[in-house]
Design a protein around this ligand. Sequence first.
Ligand code: F0G
Length: 340
Amino acid sequence: MPGLIERYRDRLPFAPDDPVVSLQEGSTPLVPAPQLGARVGADVWLKIEGANPTGSFKDGGMTCAVSDAVRNGAEAVLCASTGNTAASLAAYAARAGLRGAVIVPEGKIATGKLAQALMHGARVIALRGNFDVALKLVREVCERQPIALVNSVNPFRVEGQKTASFEIVDELGPGHPIDALCIPVGNAGNITAYWKGFQEVGHAPQMLGFQAAGAAPLVEGRVVEHPETIASAIRIGNPARWEEAMAAMTASHGMVRAVSDAEILDAYKYLASVEGVFCEPASASGVAGLLKYGAPEGVSRIVCVLTGHGLKDPQTALMHAGSVVPCEPDLGAVEQAVLG
Ligand code: F0G
């Protein structure tokens, strides 16, 4: 499959001669989840966005945001990030030959994401403040300096990410629309993008957004000053696309609800050990919500968006997985260890 700008150019704001910065993102697998489906009594599918080049859905938006930055003659790109946007920015900036800088909350991003941002050569700035503070600051910097802001406040991010909805409809067939989409909500760009995409192809599944209980501003209806959750990717207290996300949930007869860290971890382990799909903790919050609240009345076909790969955050995985079995190098011991 080509990258997503090439695949969906007729529905994206790019002309045939525009520069395209791509790592062949998009076209991610839509995998049936029979065990999960049986538990909730619905036909459930997993949209594996961790299969993107840098391991998260951010690549879908970043190919568009960075291509637009190149088209505009930008020399540098900047974002605030809980980690995945930073990794994606760094890769696409490297690919485009642009300077990239990312501002992340100090000590609060998963190891894999930090490794990616550094390896791709971005300037990684560890802020003594949370994501919301970082986003406010990068917006101000980009007003003062000739630097392109590529957070999801940039409309090209939403344009790129909306194509995930096209993929779902193309994959399942336009005659078999889905009834609901379960999706984690942090800065609220992705749910905004999915809804835009569905609307453009005439579908209106219920948008079911889920936030971590310690970082649930949309659920509580107020800014959370000190958001806290094990799902570091969605540790956000003041989402930039707050109104659009609420509008999407209202218009689609969906809702936004909270899941606890314990429920997120249960879903995270369940997906890995039962469905064979390893996503990062934040990504599991949609499934946690589906398990907690059940499939809404009359909903028979559901897609859960798994936004990032499990390998992004090996530390959380190791803290919550089983332990390794030590073994002496002789046949008897090995047999015993294997048979348990
Ligand atoms: N899942 C993962 C794995 C994420 O990294 C994010 C956001 C979300 C869900 C929520 O998506 O913000 O569009 O509502 N990560 C951003 C980042 C904030 O900086 O990587 P959203």
